[in-house]
Write a protein that binds this ligand. Structure first.
Ligand SMILES: Nc1ncnc2c1ncn2[C@@H]1O[C@H](COP(=O)(O)OP(=O)(O)O)[C@@H](O)[C@H]1O
Ligand SMILES: [Mg+2]
Length: 322
């Protein structure tokens, strides 16, 4: 089963890019590069910010790509479409899954249709007039404001007083032309990772507890070492944990995802609300999905092997021809 391939696989590692999550991506890229087994893989790095022409030129000599890009122009289907055109397999979701998961309006429509519980919301476009009183009457306070196509909590705020709404909207509109306003769900934040193609394995849930200095799981809480406690498996009762894992699988399927994904949720009482699905979750050794994999007995290097194997599943070997 596990015999070494006769030749090393030629992997294109894509990290960097142009989104607000560039630094996060570069960090994932460095750690993945260090963890890939040099006996199995010959790795070349490409930063889409500067290296797209080189990627195109090298396409015929690449067996698979590992996309470690987050946010627009990386996680949203654009790079995936380019790799499809170049005939390069890659880990995770294709154009469709990537695009709908990136857009919180499209994702929520599909969640709702699949019977997945989500917080109530409304969407504002930049040119829409704002009736702050009407908004807070409809959604209640606190409420959450977030860019429709963001990530890493960039541009996300929690609004506790009606008069703070305009500033929160301005912060979100700095990143997107459309902004989602959501009912705030007070509860325990959990995230559920899944891995697989046809057969999906739901990994143990992680419970996320931002430190006392953080209002929610914001950018600082996500990327400051030690700022957030992450407990895996989450300390919730087995029935709710099973429901969380079921929802992670349901969300993955509802959004046409492939390979792997990580769905963010909030548990309030005995109700679980789905917030969003990440198609390229953070990939440092201590990121959430790798931690959940470790709890399931899959170390970081083996996780990468598995993602690469999943990306090649069902594809003929490229064999050097065009
Ligand atoms: N409806 C909500 N209720 C409570 N907290 C929320 C809600 N929406 C978002 N948050 C908080 O904001 C964080 C980021 O929101 P999320 O929808 O996951 O967007 P991102 O793509 O930026 O990660 C969440 O991890 C959570 O801490
Ligand atoms: Mg999130």
């Amino acid at each position: 089963m596990d015999a070494k391939p006769p030749q090393r696989l030629r992997i294109a590692l894509l990290a960097g890019g142009v989104s607000a999550e560039r630094e996060v991506s570069l960090n994932s890229g460095r750690q993945v590069l260090a963890a890939l087994d040099p006996a199995r893989y010959e790795v070349t790095c490409y930063d889409p910010k500067t290296d797209l022409a080189r990627l195109v030129a090298d396409a015929a000599r690449i067996d698979a790509a590992l996309i470690l890009l987050h946010g627009p122009f990386g996680e949203d289907g654009t790079i995936q479409g380019m790799l499809d055109l170049l005939g390069i397999p890659y880990q995770g979701s294709g154009v469709l899954g990537s695009a709908v998961a990136m857009n919180k309006i499209a994702a929520k429509r599909l969640y709702r249709e699949a019977g997945i519980p989500v917080p109530g919301d409304l969407v504002l476009r930049r040119s829409d007039p704002l009736d702050a009183e009407a908004v807070t009457r409809r959604l209640g306070l606190p409420l959450v404001v977030k860019p429709v196509a963001g990530g890493s909590s960039v541009g996300v705020s929690i609004v506790r007083r009606t008069e703070d709404l305009p500033a929160a909207l301005a912060a979100a509109f700095a990143h997107d032309r459309e902004v989602m306003l959501e009912c705030f769900i007070e509860g325990i934040e959990i995230t559920g990772a899944v891995i697989g193609n046809d057969e999906l394995e739901a990994l143990p849930l992680i419970e996320i507890i931002p430190g006392s200095g953080y209002e929610f799981f914001d950018y600082g809480a996500k990327y400051t070492a030690g700022a957030t406690e992450e407990i895996c498996p989450a300390r919730i009762d087995p029935e709710l944990a099973a429901e969380g894992r079921r929802l992670a699988v349901a969300a993955h399927r509802a959004l046409f995802c492939r390979g792997y994904s990580r769905t963010d949720m909030i548990l309030r009482g005995r109700e679980i609300f789905v917030l969003e699905t990440n198609t390229i979750p953070g990939m440092t050794a201590t990121s959430l999905l790798p931690r959940a994999a470790a709890a399931a007995g899959i170390g970081f290097g083996r996780l990468l092997d598995r993602l690469i194997a999943l990306s090649l599943e069902g594809r003929p070997p490229r064999g050097g021809g065009p």
